[in-house]
Structures are given as structure tokens and as C-alpha cells.
Design a protein around this ligand. Structure first.
Ligand SMILES: [Zn+2]
Length: 137
């Protein structure tokens, strides 16, 4: 995708949120309480409601954004910046780009995305004996 296409598709918080809803629906939501997979979207509450037991799941619950209060757009911009730059981006630079007052939430988001995208391959290899040649022969 071109920069222009990205900005056209993910330019606003509303667009990013709508895309996140689509993604979650495509992946399927499983009710934490009863395991039912059928859900209805409640636009006003911005939650999914289980068709069986009415238990509600927030849009961020159980995802990479769980417990984050940063806007959806920040997450999308960050994912874009991380994948479009070869060198990657530092948390400090990201904080500046997103105009966020607090460093910690930005740092946290960056690391979650890194983990998810497998940017920490080197560490992964060290953590797993099999990869370091220490596993069973
Ligand atoms: Zn349920």
C-alpha cells in the first residue's frame, strides 16, 4: 500500500476503530463465560454481547490493546511506522510523533507490537534452549 492509501484508509480514529471491529469479527469472539462464539455488536456500548449468556466483551479485551488507553489510531500509526521503516522506531521518537505526554504507555505499546510481530527473534532464540543448540540431541 502507498502512504496515500494508508492515510486514506486509517486517517481517523473512527476508521481505525471500524477496522479493528472488522478484524475481531473476522477472527471470531469467544465468550469468556460460556464459550459461545455467536456475538452481537452493541454500537453504543462498543462491546460484543454473547448471544447465549449476554456476557459482554469489550473491543480491546483479549487483544494486544487490552489494558491500553491509547487511541486505536496510535496503534495503527505505530504498526505502520514499525513495518515501513527498516531501522524501526524508538519509543522516544514514537512518543514525539504521536504527541503523547507520557512515555510509559507508548513504550508499552511498542513492545507489545514488537513481541507480536516477532521483532525480537534474537532474544527468542536465546530463551529457547533448542534454538541455542542446548536442546536434546
Ligand atoms: Zn456467553
Amino acid at each position: 500500500m502507498t502512504h496515500l492509501e494508508i492515510f486514506t484508509l486509517f486517517g481517523t480514529e473512527q476508521q481505525c476503530k471500524a477496522h479493528w471491529i472488522e478484524l475481531r469479527e473476522a477472527q471470531g469472539i469467544v465468550c469468556k463465560k460460556c464459550g459461545c462464539e455467536k456475538h452481537y455488536w452493541l454500537p453504543k456500548k462498543e462491546q460484543f454481547q454473547c448471544a447465549k449468556c449476554m456476557f459482554r466483551t469489550t473491543l480491546r479485551s483479549g487483544t494486544i490493546m487490552d489494558s491500553s488507553h491509547l487511541p486505536y489510531r496510535d496503534w495503527y500509526i505505530t504498526m505502520y511506522l514499525m513495518t515501513s521503516s527498516k531501522k524501526g522506531i524508538s519509543a522516544l521518537e514514537l512518543q514525539r510523533q504521536l504527541s503523547r505526554k507520557r512515555y510509559e504507555p507508548v513504550w508499552c505499546m511498542l513492545h507489545k507490537i514488537r513481541d507480536l510481530m516477532g521483532f525480537r527473534e534474537d532474544q527468542y532464540k536465546q530463551d529457547h534452549p533448542a534454538h541455542a543448540g542446548l536442546g536434546p540431541q
